[in-house]
Design a protein around this ligand. Structure first.
Ligand SMILES: [Zn+2]
Ligand SMILES: [Zn+2]
Length: 414
């Protein structure tokens, strides 16, 4: 299943290396930076297809039925996942509502239906023209589908409300939990190389002919190696997935710096202004992120308090400091600990989405607790700023090109 040349470029460090065959359950790792290159799965397409269909059914149930019911002094309020999104919209928090709706409903729905459109033709041995571009687009969409983060946000909301009133979980909640398991399994059983290899390639238009001054450029999405005339790479597109070909992500440092600086500026109001305004029996209590953590810890729920502290305060800070450190190290061409820096980047890329816990919790609380004079929870300005920090840092992490860390080493090695 290796590419025609039998070579693959590591997306973590850019090293071009031989692609060994792997059996089911085995993975191939980069010989230099240890990034996982691909993994082998038995009956990958069949499994991924069956699990995707199951996930779509659970998604439909999770978004149709009630999620949970909240009862306070004889009054009750039930919500669906969409209720929180609509609630934020009605209160004028449009960007936050769009972000929560996209990450909890639309991105998972687009991702799973897109996967169905990819896997069915591959299973049938067909290759419609949209296959490559759609599969590339789905890869970019996946980090924005934040089902498991939403569930953790719901969990924190339940714990917070548990102090105030009684909560009952409903059918959609259990379907949602099942959806996370099934969609995670579906992703884990997909061997992307099998989808890519199902797409026929146009017969090498530029590789042959004895063109001597050609650059081998690996597509950063599908891994296909293209041989292009010297200097032509910046304007070319990959013949398989139609993604733009470039040796390194264009203007990586400038873009990442701009996003990191913007996120650092917004990090201040995100922590200074309240993210939630809780009003119970006429007593108004604005909650900042740190205030919410303190409250959880002082009421004895230090585990949840620690979790929120890590997700909402430590993770954004680590991302901003970590990305700045990586960019400074690349700018000054440091040779210092490239393996540790590669791990740092992978950690930053992985943890970014978990900061959304607080935003999801806010949307659930806002949807459930609208009992007029009895009890009301509204979002605060801090929530919008915090949502912007999460989005900007996610774009910053994906804009940084980790291969730059290794480029400096290659240069100094001569
Ligand atoms: Zn590598
Ligand atoms: Zn490609």
């Amino acid at each position: 299943m290796a590419t025609a040349t039998g070579q693959i470029e590591c997306e973590g460090c850019g090293l071009l290396q031989g692609a060994p065959a792997v059996g089911p359950g085995e993975s191939a790792h980069c010989g230099r930076c240890n990034q996982r290159l691909y993994h082998g799965v038995a009956n990958s397409i069949d499994r991924a297809l069956a699990l995707t269909i199951a996930a779509l059914i659970l998604l439909a149930i999770a978004n149709t039925f009630l999620f949970m019911v909240f009862e306070f002094k004889g009054r009750s309020e039930a919500n669906r996942i969409l209720t929180g999104v609509v609630g934020l919209w009605r209160l004028g928090y449009t960007p936050l509502s769009l972000l929560v709706g996209f990450a909890s409903i639309f991105a998972p729905a687009f991702y799973l239906s897109g996967m169905l459109l990819v896997l069915v033709p591959v299973k049938l041995g067909r290759s419609p023209g949209y296959l490559g571009p759609l599969f590339r687009w789905l890869g970019a969409l996946r980090p924005w589908s934040m089902l498991e983060v939403y569930l953790l946000g719901a969990f924190v909301a339940i714990v917070k409300l548990g102090q105030l009133a009684s909560i009952e979980l409903d059918l959609a909640f259990y379907a949602f939990a099942g959806l996370i398991l099934v969609s995670t399994a579906s992703y884990a059983s997909l061997d992307a190389r099998q989808v890519w290899s199902a797409i026929p390639l146009p017969r090498s238009p530029s590789g042959g002919g004895g063109a001597r001054a050609s650059d081998a450029v690996a597509c950063s999405t599908c891994g296909l190696l293209s041989h292009l005339p010297h200097g032509a790479a910046e304007s070319a597109r990959c013949p398989r997935c139609q993604g733009r070909l470039h040796g390194r992500k264009p203007h990586s440092l400038q873009r990442t710096w701009a996003l990191v600086i913007a996120a650092s500026v917004l990090y201040i109001p995100a922590n200074y202004y309240p993210v939630l305004i809780i009003e119970v029996l006429g007593k108004k209590e604005p909650n900042t992120i740190l205030g919410g953590v303190e409250e959880l810890i002082s009421s004895g729920m230090w585990e949840i308090g620690t979790l929120v502290f890590i997700a909402s305060i430590a993770v954004p800070m680590l991302k901003l400091v970590g990305l700045s450190l990586l960019m400074i190290s690349v700018h000054w061409r440091w040779n210092w600990r490239p393996h540790d820096r590669a791990v740092l980047y992978r950690v930053i890329e992985y943890i970014g989405r978990w900061s959304m816990i607080d935003m999801f919790m806010t949307s659930i609380l806002v949807a459930l607790v609208q009992l007029g004079a009895l009890a009301t929870i509204d979002p605060g300005v801090g929530a919008t700023c915090f949502g912007a920090v999460v989005v900007l840092t996610m774009f910053a992490a994906s804009g940084f090109d980790p291969r730059l860390v290794w480029d400096a080493l290659e240069e100094s090695d001569g």
